[in-house]
Design a protein around this ligand. Structure first.
Ligand SMILES: Nc1ncnc2c1ncn2[C@@H]1O[C@H](COP(=O)(O)OP(=O)(O)OP(=O)(O)O)[C@@H](O)[C@H]1O
Ligand SMILES: O=C(O)[C@@H](O)C(=O)CO
Length: 430
């Protein structure tokens, strides 16, 4: 069988989230870290998710990386391409969702794509083109305070309209509940009116199934990982995909347990607090990091002392802070500089501590995960079983050893995920 799905994800945790849903729906999936130019397709794989760091970088860089990833996926014969962005539609007025979707569509020779950010399992739904997180509109969900891409408007037709010169339309729930054929006809009608991007309402998993059936033949689909949970059944119906058992098997885990958190999302802040009530941790402050590397050395000492006393207990290093503290640091240093200082510090800690024996690593935050994975020079992750929706354990080779790695999106995971994650890993390894 050839490669069925080639996905391009705009951040590392988002890529893992999509890969997780594909594996859970029976696709053997590998996540490639960065543009895999010149690399061969791994053996026995149904789907590849290429993880980029293109969510908040300059538009030109996002376009260049996304098109290079697309060219590689096309060379591998991918039948359908999936552009994965965040279920909270993280972007700015300049992009990068609109420009990247336009460029991918043009290169693929298509004239329409669907936009399906919803992931109902984690509370992200879309109604009348408005994105909800649980029972709150996006702009009232905490995402309005995001350090890099504050989301201040829940109307996705309007948000996307500011990012593309092409027409943006809506596939509303009233059509979706009439089934896949009605959706396909609606898409055709919109196509006749030159509507290139179609924001799709989605209330639940049944809606995702209808949408998957309506868009399985499109060269490009775009969205969150929810759509990835529904597409594999359509691929099997078309005879493109064989049934496999246990697409998620991994080797057993070893080494010390570390959590690194650079996410300031609401869910992560509660997870940090919960962990610190039970286990040790040390904070990193961007203002102190701006003065020099002393805080990195202090954090290293703290973690090394902890492993000497309690080698089996996880420990946390975090920069996660409440919105007022993040804003204060950003005002003093600039948004990009504050982010870079934190990412560089956490990446340095990851590289040093994995070299010294950390073998189980949980990282919180998409940008943070990108920085950590780059510092570890990882190029491929095999996807295993999940801790919570959207957060699987994965495995990579570092030097001669196996690293078990979980990349947690900012707003994903139960409040106890930082400690429970390691228990889940132990159970999986038995
Ligand atoms: N105390 C802080 N002050 C300023 N910026 C910070 C602070 N702590 C972390 N950051 C930066 O905030 C950004 C958080 O983005 P990141 O993508 O890692 O998390 P997230 O947005 O919660 O996760 P996701 O993208 O998966 O939803 C990073 O660039 C990080 O370096
Ligand atoms: O879709 C999501 O919410 C996540 O996979 C993500 O992209 C957060 O960075």
């Amino acid at each position: 069988m050839t490669l069925v799905l080639g996905a391009i994800a705009d951040d590392f945790t988002g890529a893992t989230d999509l890969a997780n849903n594909l594996v859970r729906s029976g696709m053997r999936t590998v996540q490639m870290l960065g543009v895999p130019t010149g690399k061969p397709l791994p053996e026995g794989v149904d789907a590849v998710v290429v993880a980029l760091k293109s969510r908040t970088c300059p538009v030109e860089e996002a376009l260049a990386d996304s098109l290079a990833a697309l060219d590689w996926l096309t060379e591998q014969g991918a039948r359908q391409v999936f552009f994965k962005y965040c279920s909270t539609f993280d972007s700015t007025a300049e992009g990068n969702i609109g420009p990247v979707a336009d460029a991918l569509l043009e290169r693929l020779g298509g004239d329409q794509t669907v936009m399906v950010p919803a992931f109902p399992t984690t509370g992200r739904t879309v109604y009348q083109g408005h994105l909800f997180v649980g029972d709150r509109l996006l702009n009232d969900s905490g995402m309005q305070d995001h350090p890099l891409n504050p989301m201040t408007d829940a109307d996705l037709v309007r948000v996307l309209g500011a990012q593309t010169s092409h027409a943006v339309g809506l596939l509303s729930h009233s059509v979706i509940r009439q089934g896949a054929e009605a959706c396909a006809s609606h898409l055709d009608r919109l196509g006749g009116d030159k509507v290139r991007h179609v924001i799709c309402d989605t209330l639940d998993d049944a809606d995702l199934e209808v949408l998957a059936a309506a868009c399985v033949e499109l060269p490009l689909v775009t969205g969150g990982s929810g759509l990835g949970q529904a597409l594999p059944a359509e691929y099997r119906r078309k005879g493109w995909l064989e049934a496999v058992d246990d697409a998620a098997r991994l080797a057993s885990a070893q080494g010390q347990a570390l959590v690194l958190s650079g996410s300031c999302s609401r869910a992560t802040l509660a997870q940090v607090e919960h962990f610190l009530e039970r286990h040790p941790g040390i904070a990193l402050d961007p203002l102190a990091l701006a003065e020099g590397d002393a805080p990195i050395a202090e954090a290293l000492d703290f973690v090394r002392r902890h492993y000497r006393d309690s080698p089996d207990e996880p420990v946390l290093v975090y920069a996660s802070a409440a919105p007022e503290r993040v804003k204060a640091a950003q005002q003093r240093l600039g948004v990009a500089k504050a982010g870079e200082l934190v990412e560089r510090a956490l990446a340095t800690l990851a590289a040093t501590l994995v070299d010294e024996g950390v073998g189980r690593l949980l990282v919180a935050g998409g940008e943070t995960s990108g920085a950590v994975v780059s510092a570890l020079s990882l190029d491929q992750l095999h996807i295993g079983g999940q801790i919570d929706a959207g957060v699987p354990w994965t495995q990579a080779r570092v030097g001669g050893s196996t690293l078990s790695l979980a990349l947690k999106s900012g707003n994903f995971g139960g409040v106890d995920i930082f400690s429970r994650g390691f228990k889940v890993l132990k159970e999986m390894s038995q």
